[in-house]
Design a protein around this ligand. Sequence first.
Ligand code: PBG
Length: 322
Amino acid sequence: MTGFPTLRMRRLRRTPGLRRLVAEARLDHSQLIWPLFFKSEGNATPVSAMPGVMQHPVKDAGNLARRAADLGLGGVLLFGLPAGKDEKGSGAYHEKGVIQETVRAMKRAATDLVVITDVCLCEYTSHGHCGIVRNGTVDNDATLELLARTAVSQAAAGADVVAPSDMMDGRVGAIRRALDQKGFPDTVILSYAAKYASAFYGPFRVAAESAPQFGDRRGYQMDPANGDEAMKEIALDLGEGADLVMVKPALPCLDIIRRAKERFGGPIAAYQVSGEYTMIKLAAQAGALDGDRAMREALLAIRRAGADIIMTYAAPDLKLET
Ligand code: PBG
């Protein structure tokens, strides 16, 4: 290969037009998913732990759906704050639950908007764990039936995609069978296939009021030390019928995203979680960095690693270019 001075790498960096022309990774609204928190009543309230993020009342669901559709976003991902919690998380699969009502309102307001629902029990259980607790631990097999019920009730309300985030073994298969049996063979399953027990979920648990009341989630979510295990998790979920798989968190798992993309092909989703988002927002508020540029750079890195779809709280107000 010829070298300097015949070859000058800086030639293609000279102008914004040339830089744009040769950019490998791009950010496009159509591949961003906007996570949203809904409660049954009251007015929108800011989440103290996450700058710019709100808990929204169901009555605002229609407006938010239209906003997401007008922005051309890839979709919305819904989390619910139920009016009451119990041991079995029954608010998660209630026909008139907060998420079921939100989905109906959103689909009425914006038929074409892709509506994705989180399938998990932690926001709905009094103990804050992602399943049924027996003898101080989450009972995998007893939880499957409730997750399947939750997914079916969300599909019945009109969700296009159900996204199990609980990390129980066998849940994708259980959800697929239940959806097919109840007449929802076309509902998509996006599984949080490689979900780590991450400290970066901290702000989310404030937003969703879902922190575990005892212990932690390391008995079901993955150990950040492991990479091969993530490949196994993804292979199992695809085998059980997952249509889409996700890696979470994103920035601490760029290697996992890349390996997943190379091994399984696309589409791969990655979740820029609450802590990743909040780190950048708070650093920007403190004047330590340019928030818009840092957010774009982080998201571009996630795309470059191989993510086709990105869940990000920055979706609605991301500045795509400077
Ligand atoms: C529910 C769930 C969590 C997140 C998404 N779904 C929290 C957790 O597992 O504790 C985290 C998302 C974020 O941090 O933005 N299980």
